[in-house]
Design a protein around this ligand. Structure first.
Ligand SMILES: [Zn+2]
Ligand SMILES: [Zn+2]
Ligand SMILES: [Zn+2]
Length: 68
């Protein structure tokens, strides 16, 4: 019996971590040594769902530095 996923069995490059999508920062993976491609992740999370507020911070700065 194996617990490996299909991609593991097929030897495909992929990641079992969750890729966290930030609004204004680089995407980051929950796996510290992740080298898999963006599309190689099964799990994708919005950064706000993990407590990140990078979009709210940037929105505040944006209104203060608005150029017209
Ligand atoms: Zn796998
Ligand atoms: Zn974020
Ligand atoms: Zn990853």
């Amino acid at each position: 019996m194996t617990t490996a996923c299909r991609a593991c069995q097929a030897g495909l490059e992929h990641c079992h971590g969750a890729l966290i999508h930030h609004a204004y920062q680089r995407d980051e993976c929950t796996e510290p040594d992740c080298f898999a491609a963006h599309a190689a992740h099964d799990v994708h999370l919005d950064c706000s769902s993990v407590g990140c507020v990078c979009d709210e911070v940037l929105t505040g700065f944006g209104s203060a530095h608005r150029v017209s």
